[in-house]
Design a protein around this ligand. Structure first.
Ligand SMILES: NC(=O)c1ccc[n+]([C@@H]2O[C@H](COP(=O)([O-])OP(=O)(O)OC[C@H]3O[C@@H](n4cnc5c(N)ncnc54)[C@H](O)[C@@H]3O)[C@@H](O)[C@H]2O)c1
Length: 450
């Protein structure tokens, strides 16, 4: 019974334990398209191109250089040249791509503001969506994406890769096995010094750092992401932190977010970077900008079952990368920043143990099975798994492992946190996007007998 449950869970996750299950088989390859072939799109394209069960048939980007790079990737992989859209700079070119006959899915890796309109158009055209994080900008965007998915029933997956991180999946197994006891508190976040992502010289050969330009003069994310820090103040990138925490806490599968509030610190980091560290001349436009985004934004969520979840967005100050996970229950806790764990009765009293022995013991079977395939994939291998999960779910016509309810609730943290901050850090009620379905939905990530 347990094994059956495990296997059906894997099918729902789009992950198979069968020998040789990395793609192949009898069915014709999936015909996939991609909108947005920038820095992220190219990483995801690499994952798609090495799969024999996928044919990349169309690409769309409004930046000819990014399109060319993606086409070169296809050529080097020995694949037929996909149809291209958008080289004329038409921001609506994706509509023509979506009108192609016989598409089995589309991967969207464009700037955030395009995710909702592109995903909605794809679902309306009956083309299943794998969407990069986030799902939308405004709260209404999230309702619109949800409404379109529910109405059209076109599959939609948020491509949240951190859920597939090796230690995160091992900890999930440990949570399911009850090693932490009853969960009480979780933490995560996006703590990543993005100053050299938010500013560059505009030179495509050097997309990170080397200048203080952003907006029209910037390149890649400096062209669009920095604008969000100019005019918005909130938890702008919640899914890398909340995705794993939501999995651990069974959100939408017996639990849900009930309340949220956010606090934002002052904004100093970006101005300091441009003026003092990069020594931009006093008259440079980037020095005149009043950034709205607090350097450290701290968001707390309350859950129906009594857990609290704390998220931190920290992208404008010097710091080493860390998502800052903490999983704490009645029997102990794990923290990723110091790679350590303490379980009462197992660990020496009041002392940390190194997590490695637990990582080895609770390593997820899928990581064991596919470690070689994941080798060399983006972000320590997890990009292999997120694409794998999307593709396998499409092939099996199984539910998406990170589905529409997860997508909109995780991503709606952003507009809600902006509202909370704008209203003096007020605590807000979290909308129930599932309209009560969370009570009866079963955990997808129940890996307890693995
Ligand atoms: N999951 C992860 O680990 C991860 C990592 C990096 C980026 N991302 C996400 O991926 C997305 C893309 O980020 P990126 O780093 O590739 O940015 P990027 O700026 O390098 O690429 C975005 C591309 O979208 C294209 N584009 C913009 N508007 C378009 C339109 N209307 N039609 C077609 N193409 C259009 C741009 O020309 C650009 O090439 C963002 O949502 C980002 O948050 C996720």
């Amino acid at each position: 019974m347990q094994r059956r449950h495990f296997l059906s869970t894997l099918a729902a996750l789009g992950l198979s334990t069968q020998a040789g299950a990395v793609p192949g088989g009898q069915r014709p390859p999936l015909r996939l398209a991609m909108i947005g072939t920038g820095m992220r799109g190219q990483v995801l394209l690499k994952e798609l191109l090495r799969r024999p069960d996928v044919e990349v048939v169309a690409l769309c980007d409004i930046e000819p250089l990014m399109l060319r790079k993606a086409l070169t990737q296809c050529e080097k992989a020995g694949r037929a040249a996909p149809q291209v859209f958008g080289e004329d700079g038409d921001v609506q070119a994706y509509q023509r791509l979506l009108a192609l006959k016989g598409l089995d899915g589309v991967v969207i890796a464009t700037p955030w503001e395009w995710h909702a309109p592109m995903a909605i158009a794809a679902m309306q055209a009956g083309v299943p969506v794998g969407c990069e994080v986030v799902a939308g900008i405004s709260l209404q965007d999230h309702w619109d994406v949800l409404e379109t998915q529910l109405r059209t029933r076109t599959p939609y997956m948020l491509l949240e890769n951190v859920c597939f991180r090796r230690d995160v999946m091992a900890v999930l197994q440990m949570v399911r096995a009850g090693l932490f006891g009853e969960l009480v508190h979780l933490q995560g976040g996006y703590q990543h010094d993005l100053r050299a992502v938010k500013f560059n010289s505009g030179d495509p050969a050097r997309p990170y750092g080397g200048g203080v330009e952003f907006g029209a003069k910037g390149w890649s994310e400096a062209r669009w992401r920095t604008q969000h820090a100019v005019r918005r103040n909130g938890e702008l990138y919640p899914s890398h932190g909340i995705g794993p925490c939501a999995m651990f806490a069974n959100i939408h599968r017996g639990n849900r977010f009930t309340h949220l509030n956010s606090f934002a610190s002052k904004a100093r980091g970006l101005h300091d970077y441009v003026s003092r560290k990069m020594k931009a001349p006093a008259e440079h436009p980037s020095r005149q900008v009043q950034f709205q985004l607090g350097d450290v934004v701290t968001t707390t969520l309350a859950c129906e079952n009594g857990e609290t979840i704390l998220l931190q967005h920290d992208t404008s100050l010097p710091r080493p990368y860390s998502l800052g996970f903490r999983v704490q229950g009645t029997e102990g806790l794990w923290m990723d920043v110091n790679h350590s764990i303490h379980l009462e009765g197992r660990s020496p009293a009041h002392q940390w143990e190194d997590f490695q022995a637990y990582q080895d013991r609770y390593d997820h079977p899928l990581w064991k099975r596919y470690a070689a395939e994941a080798e060399g994939a983006g972000h320590g291998g997890m990009d292999f798994f997120v694409i794998h999960a999307f593709v396998e779910a499409l092939k099996a016509q199984a539910p998406m492992p990170i589905d529409i309810y997860d997508a909109v609730a995780w991503s709606a943290i952003t507009p809600l946190s902006e509202m909370s901050i704008a209203q003096g850090f007020r605590t807000l009620e979290f909308p129930d996007f599932t309209k009560g379905l969370w009570k009866s939905r079963q955990p997808l990530f129940a890996l307890g007998d693995a």
